[in-house]
Design a protein around this ligand. Structure first.
Ligand SMILES: [Zn+2]
Length: 287
């Protein structure tokens, strides 16, 4: 219990549709990990992309989580209300020389961005994106579930966008700025976001902040082998079956299932049972 006296974790869904079992696994894993360490668990709505947001989806997600006993320890934060802080963070990065303008279209480079605009010293022009100039050659991380990981600049990640040409703040920037602002110490999320880790670590370095620990849970795969997602029309979790859903998520994470119809009872017992070393060391797995 005393291992992480200042543990802060978070669950950060995008309001693009209701919660499905894949996102419930990530929420539950993060909640149990935080609570078993005596820590706080926060919910943050990542609504930075208005065209993709579905009206009311945030309230629906919060209701679904609450019906499973998963409630934020602090008021729920919305990224759309923090644009000013993201702009400030961009200024900090620009002043330190970490950013450059880029007007390459996504179609003009097949894989990783090759750094075309790095040396061009482009003055401000519209439409242009702001890119982060990566100086690290490798990023190493000991993930608590996946083990020792290494990413190589130019192979696994490249200079990445922090402010989009359409004027929106990019996901990587907003996540890191908010995680720093909320003093998040450990990030528990699906392994589909593993590839975001090196870019986010570069941002932590640039801001002079120690990166949080990471625990990447296996993604929930459908029968077709694809990640369950809103895009693949994964069904919303049925809140009438909250106890069953929680047990399904526990089984997926290789934690003991708990014979109860009461979500609160299941969570309280699952907190005591939680063991990271039981989590399958896999990128994805079917239910
Ligand atoms: Zn470019």
């Amino acid at each position: 219990m005393a291992d992480h006296p200042h543990y802060v974790g978070r669950f950060a869904p995008s309001p693009t549709g209701p919660l499905h079992l894949g996102s419930l696994v990530a929420a539950l894993g993060g909640y149990l990990d935080a609570k078993s360490a005596g820590g706080q668990w926060l919910i943050r709505i990542e609504d930075l992309d208005p065209p993709r947001a579905v009206p009311g989806a945030d309230r629906h997600i919060l209701k679904q989580l609450a019906d499973h006993g998963l409630v934020s320890d602090q008021p729920v934060r919305y990224q759309s209300q923090r644009l000013h802080q993201f702009d400030e963070a961009l200024s900090v990065l620009r002043d330190k020389g970490h950013l450059y303008f880029c007007n390459c279209s996504r179609r003009s480079y097949p894989g990783l961005y090759p750094g075309t605009c790095r040396a061009r010293g482009m003055a401000f022009e519209q439409p242009a994106a702001l890119r982060f100039r990566v100086s690290e050659t490798t990023i190493k991380q000991k993930d608590l579930a996946q083990g020792a990981l290494t990413w190589t600049h130019g192979k696994d990640f490249g200079d990445f966008i922090v402010h989009r040409r359409d004027g929106l703040h990019a996901y990587q920037l907003a996540v890191v700025v908010d995680d720093i602002a909320q003093a998040v110490t450990r990030i528990v999320r699906g392994a589909d976001l593993l590839s975001a880790t090196p870019m986010q670590t570069c941002l932590y370095h640039a801001f002079g902040v120690k990166p949080p620990e990471t625990l990447h849970l296996p993604m929930v795969l459908g029968r077709d082998g694809q990640k369950l997602s809103k895009q693949t029309h994964a069904p919303p979790v049925d809140t009438e079956a909250a106890a069953d859903n929680l047990n399904q998520a526990l089984r997926f994470l290789n934690q003991p299932i708990i014979a109860s119809d009461n979500p609160k009872t299941i969570l309280d017992t699952a907190i005591k049972n939680w063991r990271i070393d039981r989590i399958p060391k896999l990128i994805g797995k079917t239910l």
